[in-house]
Design a binder for this molecule. Structure first.
Ligand SMILES: N[C@@H](CCC(=O)N[C@@H](CS)C(=O)NCC(=O)O)C(=O)O
Length: 203
């Protein structure tokens, strides 16, 4: 039994989109839950087994899997047919895992600090900043349509998402902007937007 705990229009929307990309949406029960939102709306939902009341959360045969990165890796391993991630043994797997880890370890802290207007020598020295983030993306995308080369993978789905949500954070780079637009054209994104519009407020 595989269940995704999902709050419409949140970080778990990316997991719904991934499940569509993986052609696995029908293999997962989606439980719509409420969450506390940045604007003060919502609440910690007792239906959600996440200890902090966050989403996304997946429960597979009683095992709780939390954090977007772990969930993305888990699901792409479980449903490898659509090749949304290089499988173990593929020479490109390490490069893929690095993008995935970089998102959680660097991209989110940098973007949150930027949105909060935080600049501190410890923070800047540890994570670097928006300029370094932009340079990494631009270097990767200058001769490639996607982060892993010719093929769209789960790291494109994940890494373009904060810029799709907060266009103000988008690096001032034509290649990065073109990549965000390319990623935004994937039909599963529209599917999730429609799904979220139907289910928002259903918790
Ligand atoms: N690092 C976590 C972050 C999860 C997270 O903060 N999710 C938000 C939704 S966008 C949430 O559940 N917020 C509710 C809360 O903080 O109580 C992940 O990527 O899975």
């Amino acid at each position: 039994m595989l269940t995704l705990f999902h709050a419409p229009r949140s970080r778990s929307s990316r997991i719904v989109t991934l499940l569509r990309e993986l052609d696995a949406i029908d293999k997962v029960a989606i439980e719509i839950v409420d969450i506390t939102r940045g604007d003060g709306s919502g609440r910690k939902d007792p239906k959600n087994p996440h200890p902090e009341g966050k989403v996304p959360l997946v429960v597979h045969d009683g095992v709780v899997i939390w954090e977007s990165i772990a969930i993305i890796q888990y699901l792409t391993d479980l449903f490898p047919e659509k090749r949304m991630a290089p499988v173990a043994g593929d020479p490109q797997r390490g490069r893929y895992l690095s993008w995935l880890a970089w998102y959680a370890g660097v991209v989110e802290p940098v973007l949150i600090a930027q949105a909060a207007g935080i600049s501190h020598p410890f923070v800047d020295a540890t994570f670097r900043g928006p300029a370094e983030l932009a340079a990494r993306l631009e270097a990767a995308l200058t001769d490639s349509p996607y982060l892993m080369g010719e093929r769209y993978t789960a790291v494109d789905l994940l890494l373009h998402s904060p810029f799709a949500w907060y266009p103000a954070a988008t690096p001032d780079s034509d290649v990065v902007k073109a990549w965000i637009e390319r990623c935004g054209e994937r039909p599963p994104l529209q599917w999730t937007a429609d799904y979220d519009a139907r289910t928002v407020g259903a918790a």
